[in-house]
Design a protein around this ligand. Structure first.
Ligand code: ATP
Length: 538
């Protein structure tokens, strides 16, 4: 009974045809209509020469078109390559070449970026949707005006042959729905990793990998899935975390999605107040910055029942404060692109252990193993590398046999994360292997120091990295963003850390900044900070 991923859409369209699938400004679409649009889209793609198995890049923010294109491409039997619309030249060229995408669906707003690269990208056809289709009046005018003023606007040279208007894909036509012969092997998605630790890699995920993961999350949500849910669709669809929690999961629940194309804290608060979402998948940096909005108290945020927090550790203090503010249950989970992405969640009704990523899904095995030896599980309480085995684990990295062999070993996925498990089988992430700092022979996990720094009342954000040092190997450097309007000194930071940390863990260097470099899902890019430091030491 393994079904293609789009079976979720078919089921929603059959079971709740009238239920609203998407609300976006003035645009509202039901599940029956969404399926019709997706199937018509698939039929028109075929008429344009797009074949099953072709790889198609979708370079869109979270707008209804991204949802329609995603389902439409799967219905056409294609493999979707979600592409970040903020990508600049180098990243874009890398992803398109590496993925072998031959077609692209994009917003006219990013055309100025695409046009100069047209020859290099080697895309056969572009299907372009307009900002006006995406944002509606008057935001579209505003954008266009701004882009024109900044000189970044370029009219799209529609020629009907290689640059084709989006609406061409909705010509009235009998719909098409591909027969996916083997959902366990057919690639639904080539998903590029977040690029936090290095170059972004293409992860091969099948229909089965992705749909199993949705089922696993659904099972944990349990009884609560009977309720009619509305999802705040803020996490980007071009990252697998957003794709699963804000697109495929809500579809599988027949829930309403409210896509947000950009993260503007105030717009999100207004959106919550207006649309009353019940589930808000997010990341720590998002919850934290929402709480810091000055007038946050003026909005009604009580509709939110569950927050699924993943992608980076959520400092405990913030979980408590977000709960106080909204009444929502913040469920911390864990995942990685290579696992479609979720592997662990805190139980929704059972015991939630603060600071823990929870327990693995029932059909997912997780072990903490010795970092050198590998496979043998360590006893509870010991620290080692987290490895995973389960139906959501990827087929491998595209074009990277060595890295695949390194990551998928003995039938297990080696996550590169350092973790520990307690006596009750709850897992705790200690840090990433690549972020571990070695100070005079001691292993230091920067996350522990970050947590201490976050407890300081004048600290808004903080991160520690190891920087090279002539005699000690590495020393610890803290980068700190103070709260607005406060004065904070290195001496205060050091004194605060001394109270709570062994001396060798206390940062030797402290630098104050206005912001920290981050990935699209808000993970601090330690490698950039480290590289800056290495550059300085040269
Ligand atoms: P790259 O693999 O290209 O360096 P990336 O690690 O950002 O980029 P993702 O697949 O997006 O790629 O992120 C997965 C990683 O996110 C995990 O390996 C883990 O380090 C981190 N992570 C996810 N959830 C949590 C969590 N709840 N707590 C701590 N870390 C988390």
């Amino acid at each position: 009974e393994v079904a293609p991923l789009f079976a979720f859409l078919d089921e929603a369209a059959e079971r709740h045809p009238k239920q609203t699938a998407i609300i976006f400004r003035n645009y509202k679409v039901s599940y029956a209509k969404l399926r019709l649009l997706a199937e018509r889209f698939a039929a028109n793609l075929r008429a344009q020469g797009v074949l099953p198995g072709d790889r198609v890049s979708v370079m869109l923010p979270n707008v209804p078109q991204a949802i329609i294109a995603f389902w439409g491409l799967l219905k056409a039997g294609c493999t979707v390559v979600m592409t970040n619309p903020l990508y600049m030249e180098k990243e874009l060229v890398h992803q398109i070449h590496d993925s072998g995408a031959e077609y692209m669906i994009a917003l006219d707003l990013v055309w100025p970026k695409i046009e100069p690269l047209r020859d290099r990208l080697g895309i056969r056809k572009f299907f372009i949707t307009r900002i006006s289709d995406a944002l509606g009046f008057p935001l579209n005018l505003l954008y266009r005006f701004k882009a024109k003023r900044e000189g970044t606007w370029r009219d799209v040279p529609f020629d009907g042959e290689t640059v084709i208007p989006w609406k061409t894909l909705f010509k009235k036509k009998e719909g098409y729905s591909a027969k996916v012969e083997n959902p366990r092997e057919a690639l639904a998605l080539l998903q590029y990793t977040g690029g936090t630790t290095g170059i972004s890699k293409g992860v091969m995920l099948t229909h089965y990998n992705l749909s199993v993961n949705v089922q696993q999350i659904k099972a944990i949500l349990g009884e609560s899935t009977r309720m009619r849910h509305t999802f705040l669709g803020l996490m980007p669809y071009f990252h697998v975390y957003g794709l699963t929690t804000c697109l495929t999961l809500p579809t599988a629940l027949g829930a309403t999605i409210i896509p947000f194309p950009r993260y503007v804290p105030r717009d999100v608060l207004v959106g919550i107040d207006k649309h009353k979402p019940t589930i808000f998948p997010g990341a720590p940096s998002i919850y934290i910055s929402l709480m810091q909005q000055k007038d946050v108290g003026e909005f009604d945020l009580k509709s939110i029942k569950y927050c699924i927090s993943g992608s980076a550790p959520m400092p405990l203090e913030h979980i408590r404060r977000f709960h106080e503010l909204t009444g929502a249950q913040v469920i911390e989970g864990f995942g990685l692109t290579e696992a479609s992405p979720v592997t662990h969640l805190n139980p929704i009704h059972g015991v939630q252990k603060p600071g823990s990523i929870g327990v693995p899904f029932p059909d997912t095995e997780a072990r903490v193993v010795d970092m050198e030896v590998g496979l043998v599980p360590l006893p509870p309480g010991k620290i080692g590398e987290l490895i995973i085995r389960g139906p959501q684990v990827m087929q491998g990295y595209l074009n990277r046999p060595d890295e695949t062999a390194n990551t998928l070993r003995n039938g297990w996925l080696y996550t590169g994360d350092i973790a520990t498990m307690d006596e009750d089988g709850y897992f705790f992430i200690v840090d990433r292997k690549k972020d571990m700092i070695i100070v005079g022979g001691y292993n230091v996990y920067p996350r522990e120091i970050d947590e201490v720094l976050h407890e300081h009342p004048k600290v808004k954000e903080a991160v520690t990295v190891g920087v090279p040092h002539a005699t000690r190997g590495e020393i610890i450097k803290a980068y700190i963003v103070p709260r607005e309007g406060v004065k904070l000194t290195k001496a205060e930071i050091v004194a605060h850390c001394r109270e709570q940390l062994a001396n060798y863990k206390v940062p030797k260097q402290v630098e104050f900044r206005n912001e920290l470099p981050k990935t699209i899902v808000g993970k601090v890019l330690r490698r950039i900070l480290r590289a800056e430091e290495e550059e300085r030491l040269k």
